[in-house]
Design a protein around this ligand. Structure first.
Ligand SMILES: [Zn+2]
Length: 243
């Protein structure tokens, strides 16, 4: 929870405004001013601890060399964490991005060293236009603002025409992710931009909203590692089946 007069709280007030929209986590009463979700949701959300983070790290470590892997919440089917990340991803609740990004940064800084920069998992230009934003980019901006770190949104690119990874099995996801994500490149005009900077020795934090199979993180992470970066990962929520 943010202190009533903290700068973060004032910033959250500014970003969230006096929204009268229902709580995006439970659909109940609007959250208190300056908060992204209601008190009931904050009690119900399952925040990851250090042991959980080590488990996540082991899960990704055999697929690519990682410095650290963190998630803010566990997200089971039907959970409030799931409702929150879906509200940001599909529900147009864009103002959740910066606020949840700051919560991710505060959570991570207790356990891991600061990176040199943040890299949001890219989405396609088409999807960014239809949605109006890339939710991973909003989260990364929120995280970066916490310590004035740079965000590098054009190192990677997601190609148009890929299939929705959420509808594929694990093996298919890996294959599809390999085709979908590439190094950022100039495609001549339009909104495409590219960032070819030297990443050697840079400690980059790859940021996404949700980790399911890890195929997206693995592909994006390996692209950055191949350019010489040291890699950490942070997601808002780790999806898992109900236990
Ligand atoms: Zn709620």
């Amino acid at each position: 929870m943010l202190g009533a007069f903290s700068p973060q709280r004032r910033l959250a007030d500014f970003v969230l405004g006096a929204s009268a929209q229902p709580c995006p986590g439970c659909g109940g009463e609007p959250p208190e001013r300056g908060h992204a979700y209601c008190l009931g949701c904050s009690v119900e959300l399952r925040v990851m601890d250090r042991v959980d983070a080590l488990g996540l790290e082991q899960e990704l470590a055999w697929r690519m060399p990682v410095v650290s892997v963190h998630a803010l919440w566990w997200a089971e089917a039907g959970s409030r964490a799931e409702a929150l990340y879906k509200a940001l991803k599909f529900g147009g609740r864009r103002n959740l991005g910066p606020a949840l990004g700051r919560a991710m940064a505060r959570h991570r800084e207790r356990m891991a060293p600061l990176p040199d920069g943040l890299v949001p998992v890219p989405t396609t230009i088409q999807r960014t236009w239809s949605r109006g934003y890339n939710q991973a980019h909003l989260l990364a901006e929120g995280m970066a603002a916490h310590k004035s770190l740079p965000v590098y949104p054009h190192l990677l690119q997601r190609l148009e025409g890929g299939r929705n990874l959420a509808r594929l099995g694990r093996n298919q996801r890996n294959e599809q992710a390999k085709r979908d994500f590439v190094q950022g490149r100039t495609l001549g005009g339009g909104p495409y931009r590219t960032d070819q900077r030297d990443l050697k020795g840079l400690h980059l934090l790859l940021v996404d909203d949700v980790m399911t199979s890890g195929a997206t993180l693995e592909q994006c992470g390996n692209l950055l590692i191949r350019r010489g970066a040291r890699l950490s990962v942070m997601v808002l929520a780790r999806r898992r089946n109900r236990i």
